[in-house]
Ligand binder design. Structure first.
Ligand code: AKG
Length: 432
């Protein structure tokens, strides 16, 4: 604890995991003896570096870059790059730590890592974004590789940023390899990667609902965020028979009781790079509300897809009071520990992020496989593998919870199932 005093997000993530691993420590003294619990909370390597670039006015700008290579016991480090002004060591370490368990749950051979920078792409020109990405990759390229560490997108890093980073890696290393995922379809990307996190979230929540004799059919859904995860969760939930009635961004939220029109959202977010309040210009019957408050909108299913700690205790109580039946986390760690306690004390179905949003990284691993084969699979092939992976994750975490005496607690189930695979590998590979 002393070691990470100024890292509250990282401590929060570690506490949650270690708490649920208590029954594993009791049943597996061999893992305790192998020091797995102490070792897994310490990143194998953390890199912090200066990213200097020149803005459109000719002024030198300096940002801070990070890559935490957390755990490589079951495969090359894998995880996204977050570009957001809030990025600091604590946030990248919490994300990298969570990534270990999430990646393990996919059943695919990927270790855990995460990177980012406090650079804010909002309001920057294409040229500025390109110069930043090139400067960022100039340093990062020394530390990553197709068999070493394979970054991808996250908040603030989409197809455009991955393109500039891939171009710079190729220029520096003179290698055309699958060193990043989330690439464009013409240059090594996988079909369905864009949709994967949002689709995967709905596939897992659907499996959870079905296991409890219900489904998305006829349900009202509130989704926070309006980025990639939120957009494709909206699409899949709608396809599965639900009506998505609200989306948000960091300024406010929009409520459309007729069901969100995704074409309008895609035009705003993907083409104009605008704000969600612009939705009401195209759909005047919808309402826009400034500020936080989306969790007061009455719904059957809530899918937080914005960012960490976006649902606090009060928000969770409001959701429960309004009769929410299920919550599935599309963002990383969107519920505070107090909010999770409210959900777990209320008998609602709760799917934690490590399991629920694993579809993105799972499909990234499928992109890596296609790159290694130098082949591209069809959309249907990738989507059906993704679907199967998400259903398997649900059943694995649900069984792990049962086996370790906490039936129905999917937070514990995800942590236990994700941990065991990595822990066995760490023990087998010796102390390091
Ligand atoms: C996440 O799952 O949060 C990621 O950052 C995964 C990104 C990827 O490697 O596809």
């Amino acid at each position: 604890v002393k070691r990470n005093q100024n890292e509250p997000e990282f401590q929060q993530a570690v506490y949650e995991v270690l708490e649920s691993l208590q029954p594993v420590a009791e049943r597996r003294p061999d893992l305790v003896e192998a020091g797995v619990f102490e070792r897994i909370v310490e990143p194998e390597r953390g890199i912090q570096f200066r990213v200097a670039w020149v803005d459109d006015n000719g002024k030198v700008q300096v940002n801070r870059g990070f890559r935490y290579q957390f755990n490589s016991a079951i495969g090359p480090y894998k995880g996204g790059i977050r570009l957001h002004p809030s990025v600091c060591a604590s946030i990248i370490k919490f994300l990298g730590f969570e990534q270990i368990f999430k990646n393990s749950l996919t059943g695919l051979p990927i270790g855990g890592g995460k990177g980012g920078s406090d650079f804010d792409p909002k309001g920057k020109s294409d040229g500025e974004v390109m110069r930043f990405c090139q400067a960022f990759m100039t340093e990062l390229s020394r530390h990553i590789g197709a068999d070493t560490d394979v970054p991808a997108g996250d908040i603030g890093t989409g197809a455009r940023e991955i393109g500039y980073m891939f171009g710079q890696y190729k220029r520096i290393r003179n290698e055309y390899v699958g060193v990043l995922t989330g690439k464009g379809l013409q240059w090594g990307g996988s079909l369905a990667r864009t949709e994967a996190t949002g689709y995967g979230l709905c596939y897992l929540v659907d499996a959870m609902l079905k296991d409890h004799g219900t489904s998305f059919e006829g349900k009202k859904v509130v989704i926070s965020g309006s980025g990639n995860v939120a957009i494709y969760a909206t699409q899949k939930a709608t396809e599965l028979g639900a009506k998505v009635i609200a989306l948000s961004d960091s300024n406010g939220y929009v409520v459309d009781e007729n069901g969100i029109n995704l074409d309008v959202v895609k035009e705003i977010k993907e083409v104009r790079r605008g704000r969600i309040k612009e939705y009401v210009e195209a759909v005047p019957s919808a309402k826009y509300f400034e500020g936080k408050g989306i969790w007061n909108v009455k719904c059957d299913i809530a899918l937080p897809c914005a960012t960490q700690n976006e649902i606090n205790e009060e928000d969770a109580k409001a959701l429960v009071a309004n009769g929410v039946q299920a919550v599935g986390e599309g963002a990383n760690m969107p519920s505070t520990p107090e909010a999770i306690a409210v959900f777990q004390g209320s008998n609602i179905l709760f799917a934690p992020a490590k399991a629920a949003n694993a579809g993105g990284v799972a499909t990234s691993a499928l992109e890596m496989s296609q790159n290694s084969q130098r082949l591209s699979w069809t959309f249907e092939e990738v989507d059906s593998k993704l679907h199967q992976i998400m259903v398997n994750i649900y059943h694995n975490i649900s069984s792990a919870a049962k086996e370790y005496g906490c039936e129905g607690n999917l937070v514990a189930g995800a942590n236990i199932a994700g941990f065991l695979k990595v822990a066995e590998a760490m023990k087998a590979q010796g102390v390091m």
